[in-house]
Ligand binder design. Structure first.
Ligand code: ZN
Length: 403
């Protein structure tokens, strides 16, 4: 009898568990951007577990009523430095410092990034990303899904190493758990000279490709074409590239991630915190002000090239975490980008660039339930991207200010 009772109790518990697993969440929306440029009106999104299972205007009862808002897939930022923070003295400390203080600062960066509507980010350039990525993936910390390059390959001319040594460096990152390889192939806009030879660049990108890893190349001017010829996956920044270089990117299917302002504006807004830290003498700020128009012009140049795949990346770092969407505003307001194209560049296009189209970047059955809502219509007023009032990542609601 007791045994039977136990079995019955167990069966009840199992039944309750399966009911819990099958609990559906229904989101009502009057305007849904599908992430690919399409708009659906007056529908409901049905979520089960971590995924969207169907779009069904008759589904109910409604758990979250997001009518009157713009509902879209969680944004993807292809270029952030999630651990880069200001130190206890308020000064720029870079991305590579490891201590309890910086671990907490990085966790805070991740949280505000998620609450700003970014459900996936690609962090390019610090081994400290690894514990943060893994703790978020386990659900221990709130934050966006993180892909990381771990340690980047810093171009230093001959000192970078022989092609074989560069291949070994790439393999080392893969073994350490890198999701992609970041390569610094050029200096800065002011000093755009190549820091890697064509042979070195080819070794890095070819070895990564053999390992199934994408390569993101920090490049300006001549390094843009060189990276395309080397078979690399994506160009970061790209400023000073010629039209012929950009056409080569189209031919080779290489992605371009140019910035239209946030990263430079952030240095100016937070000047006191950056001033005097490595790379930021007083003169640097005058230069930064002068090069912002180059960034705007390069965005305008890039969007005119037919077939060029322009992806969203903000280069968020200390001072701009959680303000990633300002770069969307800059692209539209100052770079001439069409508002829907800007949205798609941070949704399905970014997912495609990450090789994750079957998981994120669209609102469609079978995809992760990464769903955000804006108070406003970004097609009419791009500053609506500042007003993220609802954030769901993988079926879990992290923000719901529309109560
Ligand atoms: Zn960067």
């Amino acid at each position: 009898m007791r045994f039977n009772g136990l079995v019955a109790g167990l069966a009840l518990m199992m039944c309750a568990a399966s009911v819990a697993a099958q609990k559906q969440i229904v989101i009502a929306a009057s305007t849904v951007f599908d992430g690919k440029g399409g708009v659906v009106h007056n529908t409901r999104i049905v979520v089960e577990g971590s995924k969207i299972i169907r779009i069904d205007s008759k589904a109910g009862p409604v758990d979250y009523d997001l009518r009157g808002l713009t509902v879209l897939p969680g944004w993807i930022d292809s270029h952030v430095h999630i651990t880069w923070s200001f130190g206890p003295d308020g000064k720029n400390a870079g991305a590579a410092i490891s201590s309890e203080y910086f671990a907490k600062a990085a966790a805070a960066n991740a949280k505000i990034t998620l609450l700003a509507g970014f459900t996936t980010v690609q962090s390019v350039g610090s081994p400290n990303d690894l514990p943060l990525r893994d703790l978020i993936a386990k659900g221990t910390l709130p934050g966006p899904r993180i892909l990381t390059s771990l340690e980047p390959l810093m171009g230093r001319g001959d000192q970078t190493g022989t092609p074989d040594e560069i291949r070994a460096f790439v393999r080392k990152q893969k073994e350490a758990g890198a999701d992609l390889i970041k390569i610094f192939a050029a200096g800065s806009v002011r000093r755009p000279q190549m820091l890697l030879s064509q042979e070195q660049l080819t070794a890095a990108c070819d070895e990564a490709k053999k390992l199934g890893l994408r390569t993101l190349v920090h490049a300006y001017k001549d390094a843009v074409g060189a990276a395309a010829r080397a078979g690399c996956t994506q160009i970061e920044h790209g400023t000073l590239a010629s039209d012929d270089d950009l056409k080569l990117l189209v031919q080779k299917g290489v992605w371009l991630d140019p910035q239209a302002g946030l990263v430079m504006e952030n240095y100016l807004i937070n000047k006191e915190q950056f001033l005097g830290t490595p790379g930021f003498p007083e003169e640097a700020f005058k230069t930064i002000k002068e090069i912002i128009p180059f960034y705007h012009d390069f965005m305008k140049q890039a969007i005119k090239v037919p077939g060029l795949k322009i992806v969203f990346g903000s280069d968020a770092l200390a001072g701009s975490h959680g303000r990633n969407a300002e770069e969307l505003i800059d692209r539209v307001r100052d770079g001439g980008v069409d508002p829907m194209a800007a949205m798609v560049s941070a949704n399905s296009l970014a997912a495609e660039a990450l090789g994750m189209s079957n998981q994120i970047g669209s609102i469609a059955p079978g995809l992760q339930a990464d769903i955000i809502a804006l108070d406003g219509d970004p097609l009419k007023d791009i500053t609506a991207v500042r007003r993220v009032v609802f954030v769901m990542k993988g079926g879990v609601v992290y923000k719901n200010d529309r109560r």
